[in-house]
Design a binder for this molecule. Sequence first.
Ligand SMILES: *Cc1c(COP(=O)(O)O)cnc(C)c1O
Length: 475
Amino acid sequence: MRYISTRGQSPAESFCDILLGGLAPDGGLYLPEAYPQVSKETLARWRGLSYADLAYEVLSLYITDIPAADLKALVHKTYTPQVYAYARKPEAAKDIVPLTELESGLALLELSNGPTLAFKDMAMQLLGNLFEYVLDKRGETINILGATSGDTGSAAEYAMRGKHNVKVFMLSPDGKMSAFQRAQMYSLQDANIYNIAVRGMFDDAQDIVKAASNDAAYKAKYKIGAVNSINWARVAAQIVYYFKGYFEATKSNEEQVAYCVPSGNFGNICAGHIARQMGLPIAKLVLATNENDVLDEFFKTGVYRPRKTAETSVTSSPSMDISKASNFERFVFDLVGRNAAVVRELWAKVDAGGAFDLRGTPHWERLPGFAFVSGRSTHADRLATIRTTWEKYGQMIDTHTADGLKVALEYRQPGQSMVVLETAQAVKFSETIREALGRDPVRPVALEGIEKLPQRVEVMDADATAIKDFVARHC
Ligand SMILES: *Cc1c(COP(=O)(O)O)cnc(C)c1O
């Protein structure tokens, strides 16, 4: 399998060659040159597999430059119940992504049972093992530099902790994360993990990461890398649970399911789109946004208009607070018939701070074939959905999953199962849970009292030079 750029001006590469990088040299995103097709016979054979065996089958279609036995070992080491230990029902941890039925034809697919209680662990844990394997083989090292306001940074740290040849330098806004989030990240004592709390806001931290990444000499000298959401391996790992969820939610491969995906950077639902392109019987992909509704606007009107920073609001489903969706270009590449010249034209507008409008074009007429629909949810919707789900089904859901469930209910159809992806656990957003339910969420026993553990964090001014020096000294 070779990977091509959505902008069409970079050479095709193999999986391991794009694993450690970010954007393609031409500024595009990598996608497989064609989506492998899954026949009815294959689907029937996969139905009975464990998560790890299924992950191996799916990923081996995309990763053809790691020997089969090695890939199998990496996948089995990643998808074990010890890593995904925080299932609603402890006995379901062996399923890795248990399905919780709310009522007939409506279910949650639990993707947030990993160490940081958010779905990003599903892909990031595999990435940690793949990075270590490829770096060992090549005798190389990498220093991951990132900025986080919560979910992504902690998932990256828990994936990379203790890995050979990898160090993580994670910048976070000092004092701006919840005590639980701080404890999750700063209590890690692994020597290869460096937490830097920056005196400032998240944007200040991100600007410093950008400054370091734009300094080509510095980046090369100190082998600076990233693990952001455009990484192809993360998308690939996420394809697996669309298959697993389908098998859990249906009895035969004649049935179809609809998936609803709480979305921000379009990484999660992009994997659903690819699963459907491979032949998985997905009737609908329902995209849910919060108040930051740039994607809902696109699917309703054909206009993609990334927002200015000032137009982006801080909401109670913060991991969906985006101004533009960094993986969206992958979908648009498929929508425009994989014509890279068209993508270049559209993103010339986006990259110049503008928008594009597909209404009235042949591209827009193809959209129904991709089975996407969308909706948005607000703080009031979130509170109401958390409350109803608790009262009606006795299940506590987090704010992002609530956005998904709210929108999913607008698109349910008789005779079709609706599966809502559960992207985080309620305990991470206890303030909103208290507002909705007047009580605290239950916390997994293993995470009781983590706020009291000793913390390892360097507090620094938002000074790019000083932080670049700190990284250089320690990497
Ligand atoms: C990252 C995240 C999302 C959004 O996922 P994308 O892949 O960026 O669309 C939704 N919910 C939670 C809890 C997340 O951490």
